[in-house]
Design a protein around this ligand. Structure first.
Ligand code: 26Q
Length: 790
């Protein structure tokens, strides 16, 4: 497609789809017109992919996830179709700037963090590889809340991405499923029949996901909840205006809002209904498609692979059995075997509070038939494993982890370390019973978004030296390694980082009003705020550094900008205290004329995918400092390494594998190992001893306690401090000195720019393994048993 053709297509949509002429067109109008013009280019490969899948009678993969953290789609699509340059020229001629038009698209923030973003990277990789499949999720009217700070305190406001029409999706009013809740179960002619008391409609909305170079496209199908009968005219005519809309209100509540917690999944009824709603709609859709192609349910595991993204869609096990047994009349054990051979399950967390459990009483009320089926699953399991101490039903709860494990033929962890811990801790008993079931699939990230899209400077440099093949074969980055000996390459590499940092410095000045020195080290921690991720370890080190700098400002310090980004779950009090502390510390340090440009702290509000795309390419240092054993994998860590930021990190999650790939000498390691953490906690004085041994840590804690950062209010952080001094489960104190010392090694390395840039370039050259294309190939081989169709 030429720029002229694209320009014509944009103008046609501007007129015919938007009803505007160029003279009155806004950025929004142009963005929508360009979106529709680009979407037009996706249709042919999309249809062709479907045709090929049918023609090959291929197996299909269905990725069930409560969350898809997509971000913006336009830039991705333009890049994958090779239309970046073309679009730029087309818009230039119309008097619009492509960058500005791209930035006009609201982020689709239908996820909390890592798990949702992983699902989005997987969709891109499946389309790039030609793995036939679909993502299934919920079309939340409101994605993750918008964050702002008032006096440093996090405020949540509803996110409203659907206020504008969503240019990428196709509504499918004909693809509807009726989803029931509650009611009763009775036997009828030897079969159990569930008669739900309430029902809603699940309506499909399809977004095409185009792969690299437009070779293949899959579908993301998101379900929106709608009332079966929009409006009760009888009630209205009686004068009951509220009652007339009641059905509608109940239905729409189900897909209204994304739950903003990424742990602490309390057993909330609406959440259970959301889980069942999208899982049941997806399974019916999957089975209808299967039965339109095959007439034998025996073939289900050969033709269908269903991946459960954590336990959130775990009700798929009982629901699939219900369909096969209650509706199609298969024997229970037979139905259970077919379901298990079709389903597989990914575990993303070991945190006990994040493992889903539903009160049996609640399940009995909302999904009475499913509770009965779960009891029979447990019975069947125990009949085969009479010695096993494992139970699905325990303490009045349904344990969704055990249910998912027992109903899956493969269970995977998301990094080597995490998978080992899954085997030795949460699922140790089940692993003994089924030693082949647990496999590892280390996470990955899509290079299309996280290098090509986010970092055009670095991408141009890479392509200039090794050609464009790296974009869908990321291990080709290894060919960069010899170039680190080339002064010309290293100068260009440094220049690309400097350019990104200058852009970011301008953006920071714009959005926060803080002037930062682009030559300073950009030290970045962006992720959800969590005690186990230890943003408070970072801010304690920041305080200690500031105190040292003030005591001796001319000691040759390496200037730093500490950058934080991330949201706290609205009900997570301690995480919100940490946010306020960071903002309080930032306010005091940034106003200190003694330290000046030596140290700045910035925390732009409302961190999201688009902000990550700005920050990561401009980062020097990547903070991956979780308490060892707690971060299942991490995926931000991979994005940073690819973009040439050096990691300071613990031996946790995928950090371990990143360090192995980039080389120990190009990674700043500190802190206790997972085993050492467990052992250290045996000593109830571990935190007290660490504080007594570290005057710096004691000084930083004292700075918080005496109100230095809280206008003299010593009480503001009393609870946080009491926890650190009294319990410190996440071993902030015990790891502090190791972290401090490691940060000084970081300083020394940064003070030698040639050494630093060489380390950074080696991180880029050696991180190709962390492509989500590699991860998806692993799932295809070890879990889904499917081969690509391109
Ligand atoms: C459960 C029940 C009720 C409400 C909410 C939830 C809930 C929601 C989201 C529980 C967990 C999550 C998300 C978890 C998550 O993002 N985990 C991260 O997954 C990444 C991808 O595998 C890993 O890289 C991260 O290490 C892991 O923390």
């Amino acid at each position: 497609m030429t720029a002229q053709e694209l320009q014509k297509a944009v103008l046609r949509h501007l007129e015919l789809s938007l009803g505007k002429d160029l003279a009155h067109a806004t950025v929004y109008d142009i963005r929508m017109s360009l979106t529709l013009a680009v979407r037009d280019q996706v249709i042919a490969p999309w249809f062709e992919s479907t045709r090929k899948t049918y023609a090959a009678q291929s197996k299909r993969v269905y990725y069930l996830s409560m969350e898809f953290l997509i971000g913006r789609l336009l830039e991705d699509a333009v890049n994958n179709l090779g239309l970046k340059q073309t679009a730029q020229e087309a818009l230039d001629a119309l008097g619009f700037d492509l960058t500005q038009v791209i930035a006009d698209e609201p982020d689709a923030a239908l996820g909390n963090g890592g798990l949702g973003r992983l699902a989005a990277c997987f969709l891109d990789s499946m389309s790039t590889i030609g793995c036939p499949g679909m993502g299934y999720g919920i079309r939340y009217e409101h994605g993750l809340f918008r964050q702002s700070f008032h006096d440093g305190v996090q405020i949540e406001e509803p996110e409203d991405w659907l206020r504008q029409p969503h240019g990428w999706e196709f509504a499918r009013p004909e693809a509807v499923e009726r989803i029931g809740f509650g009611g009763t179960v009775e036997a009828h002619d030897g079969r159990m029949r569930w008669s739900p008391a309430d029902a809603v409609l699940a309506k499909a909305h399809d977004t095409p996901i185009i792969g690299w170079q437009g070779q293949w496209a899959n579908t993301l199908r998101l379900w929106g909840a709608e009332p079966i009968q929009a409006f009760d005219l009888e009630a209205f005519n009686r004068g009951d205006f509220v009652g007339a809309a009641e059905q509608e209100a109940f239905a729409r509540t189900i897909s209204r809002v994304l739950y903003p917690d990424d742990t602490n999944g309390e057993g909330k009824e609406l959440r259970l209904k959301q889980e069942y709603f999208f899982t049941a709609a997806s399974l019916r859709d999957i089975l209808r498609r299967f039965l339109s192609e095959h007439d034998d349910l025996e073939l289900l595991p050969q033709k269908v692979a269903i991946q459960l993204n954590d336990t959130h869609p775990a009700i798929a096990g009982p629901e699939l059995i219900r369909i096969l047994h209650d509706e199609h009349g298969l024997e229970f054990d037979h139905a259970m075997a077919l379901a298990r051979n079709t389903l597989s399950f990914t575990n993303h967390t070991l945190l006990p509070e994040a493992l889903e459990r539903w009160p049996q009483a609640l399940m009995a009320r909302v999904l009475p038939r499913h509770l009965q089926i779960i009891a029979r699953i447990e019975e069947a399991f125990l009949a085969a494993q009479p010695e096993s101490p494992v139970r699905i039903l325990e303490d009045g709860d349904v344990r969704m982890g055990e249910l998912s494990f027992i109903m899956a033929h493969r269970v995977n962890g998301v990094s080597a370390l995490h998978t080992g811990l899954v085997k030795s801790t949460v699922f140790a008993q089940l692993h003994r019973t089924f030693p082949d079931r647990i496999v590892n699939q280390t996470n990955g990230v899509t290079p299309r978004r996280w290098v090509l899209g986010a970092n055009p400077r670095l991408s141009a440099l890479i392509t200039d030296r090794i050609g464009p093949g790296w974009v869908d074969d990321l291990e080709q980055l290894g060919a960069l390694e010899p170039h680190v000996e080339d002064a010309g390459f290293m100068a260009d590499y440094a220049a690309s980082k400097a350019g990104n940092k200058a852009d970011l410095a301008a953006w920071i000045a714009d959005t926060t009003g803080i002037a930062v020195d682009p030559a300073a080290m950009f030290d970045v921690q962006i992720k959800r705020i969590h005690e186990y991720k230890r943003q408070h370890l970072n801010i304690l080190e920041t305080i200690a550094l500031w105190q040292d700098m003030r005591a001796n400002p001319r000691a040759g310090w390496v200037p730093r900008v500490k950058i934080f980004g991330g949201k706290a779950a609205p009900g997570y009090v301690r995480a919100k205290e940490i946010i306020r502390l960071i903002n309080d510390v930032a306010r005091v340090i940034n106003a200190d004329p003694v330290t000046g440009d030596l140290l700045k702290v910035v925390y732009p509000a409302n961190y999201n995918v688009s902000m990550a795309e700005k920050l990561i390419p401009a980062s020097d240092l990547s903070e991956q400092i979780s308490t060892a054993g707690k971060e299942a994998s991490g995926t931000g860590n991979m994005k940073f390494a690819l973009n040439g930021a050096l990691t300071i990190g613990t031996l946790d999650g995928a950090n371990v594998e990143i360090r192995e790939h980039v080389g120990a000498e190009n990674f700043f390691l500190f802190g206790m190992t997972a085993e050492e953490v467990v052992a250290r906690r045996e000593d109830p004085q571990h935190q007290a001893k660490a504080i007594a041994a570290s005057p710096r840590l004691a000084g930083a804690l004292k700075g918080i306690a005496d109100g230095t950062f809280s206008d003299g209010d010593g009480a503001r952080y009393a609870a946080l401090l009491a926890d650190l001094r009294g319990h410190d489960y996440f071993t902030i104190c015990a790891d502090f000195d190791s972290y401090w010392n490691c940060q000084r090694q970081v300083d020394a390395a940064f003070a030698d720019p040639a050494r630093w840039m060489r380390m950074a370039a080696l991180n880029t050259a050696r991180s190709g393994w962390f492509s989500s294309d590699r991860t998806i190939r692993g799932y295809m081989a070890d879990v889904w048993d499917i081969t690509p169709l391109i």
